[in-house]
Design a protein around this ligand. Structure first.
Ligand code: UD1
Length: 418
């Protein structure tokens, strides 16, 4: 698709929006479907390019993948391939998540080494160290990581940092190990709980997802499962901030509001009115906002994936806010673009000093990554005049029908193909 977004700012958003299924959950559920030859059904699947890339990875491995609207049917058959090639892994780092299930099921897997990315080095050492602790041999050559294990053996693994991807990869590998694997200092993100639910649906014994100690009892599943993915909390948070920066009012549905509790609390501290309900939450923007300090942290902390969008709100606040990025070391690449729109943000190491400017002015800007792209769209919605956002393939990786959804609540945004 690509093209560019052309946004005429200054329109107040109002109405109701339904969020899609969580990208960061669906990608892992798709990898988990490799654990069994039986059909797995995943519902509430967003049609976004990251999910399409994961579908390509699975097809390449020999699985059957069928789309039916928001439903994906995956059957990994008996003899899938074992190698995720570079041309797919370079499009999406999450392809690395097939390593765990393939080793669990076949005792061997190769994945191209994911290169750097725009938000930092994003190493995979915890994934590999954990697999080694389960008894696998890791060989790195010709740009590929090959993991081999005649038998994986369950044991205690301690993560240096509660990495989301490493926790998931090790949960999936542990399904093929003899005995119980305990992952300590595990990530607690809601998407990990969703993965555990999916595994339980296949008959795997998993305990503790959502806490820092996850236990997986080894035993490959002989049945598939039928599971609806949780709603996308980052998309929901993005819409909340879109309402806030346009001083509008949105009812955001299809998400568990407790999955983004702290982010909503912080918005509340800044002056946004937030009301939780069973299907999601309502947000109402205000005329004036207060500066607040934000520090990104693993769940339940403030999500790094909402940090760029929050920065737009804080640019409209009165006073100076400090945003501290604790999860990714270089997630401030987009700040230069926001400053071109009239923001006053200074980067000092892992801190961004955001001086509220009150008003933004439309400009031509480029998305540097997925969430930065969303932040630039929000800045465009709030700005005076016209904003053009380029490089929007980044946005298409993670937001389903982004411009259609925003248009349905009053935004003036169009995708112009050039
Ligand atoms: C996932 C999400 C991403 C989100 C991030 C943090 C998916 C597809 N992506 O990414 O949207 O921003 O969680 O919530 O779910 N690290 C290492 N070694 C490792 C693994 C990680 O040093 O082996 C470091 C990373 O460089 C980073 C930090 O740990 O600084 C967190 O990364 P991690 O939680 O693994 O993020 P992802 O799973 O890649």
């Amino acid at each position: 698709m690509e093209g560019k977004f052309v946004i005429e700012g200054g329109k107040t958003l109002a109405g109701r929006l339904e969020v899609s299924g969580a990208k960061n959950s669906v990608l892992k559920l798709m990898a988990a479907a490799l654990l069994t030859p039986e059909e797995c059904v995943i519902r509430n699947v967003p049609r976004i390019t990251d999910v399409e890339t994961m579908a390509e990875v699975l097809l390449h491995l020999g699985a059957e993948v069928k789309w039916q609207g928001k439903v994906l049917r995956i059957r990994s058959g008996e003899f899938p391939g074992r190698k995720a090639p570079y041309h797919l892994v370079r499009k999406m780092r999450a392809s690395i998540l097939v390593l765990g299930p393939l080793v669990a099921r076949y005792g061997e897997a190769s994945v191209a080494i994911p290169g750097g990315c725009n938000i930092g080095a994003r190493k995979i050492d915890f994934h590999l160290k954990g697999l080694q602790m389960l008894g696998a041999e890791v060989i790195t050559e010709h740009g590929y990581i090959t993991v081999k294990a005649r038998r994986l053996k369950g044991r205690n693994i301690y993560l240096d940092f509660p990495s989301v991807g490493a926790t998931e990869n090790l949960m999936l590998a542990a399904v093929g190990a003899d005995g119980v694997t305990r992952i300590e200092n595990a990530a607690r993100e809601p998407e990990i709980q969703d993965l555990a639910e999916f595994l339980r649906g296949m008959g795997v014994e998993v305990h503790g997802a959502g806490t820092p100690l996850i236990e997986v009892k080894g035993g490959l599943p002989e049945r598939g499962t039928d599971h609806a993915a949780i709603g996308d909390r980052i998309e929901a948070g993005t819409f909340a901030l879109a309402a806030a920066v346009t001083r509008g009012e949105l009812d955001v549905r299809g998400v568990n509001p407790f999955h983004l509790r702290l982010a909503l609390e912080k918005m509340g501290e800044a002056g946004v009115e937030v009301e939780l309900h069973e299907e999601g939450f309502k947000v109402r923007g205000a005329e004036r906002y207060r500066a607040v300090n934000v520090a990104t942290l693993p769940f339940p902390g403030f999500p790094t994936d909402l940090q760029p969008q929050m920065m737009v709100l804080l640019s409209l606040a009165e006073g100076v806010s400090v945003i501290t990025e604790n999860v990714f070391e270089s997630r401030f690449m987009f700040v230069g673009e926001l400053n071109r729109m009239g923001c006053d943000i200074e980067i000092k190491g892992q801190h961004a000093v955001v001086r509220g400017v009150g008003r933004l002015s439309g400009a031509e800007v480029s998305a540097t990554d997925l969430r930065a792209g969303a932040a630039l769209v929000l800045a465009g919605l709030a700005a005076e005049g016209v904003t053009e956002v380029m490089e929007i393939h980044h946005v298409d990786r993670g937001y389903e029908n982004f411009e259609e959804k925003l248009r349905s609540v009053g935004a003036n945004i169009t995708r112009v193909m050039s």
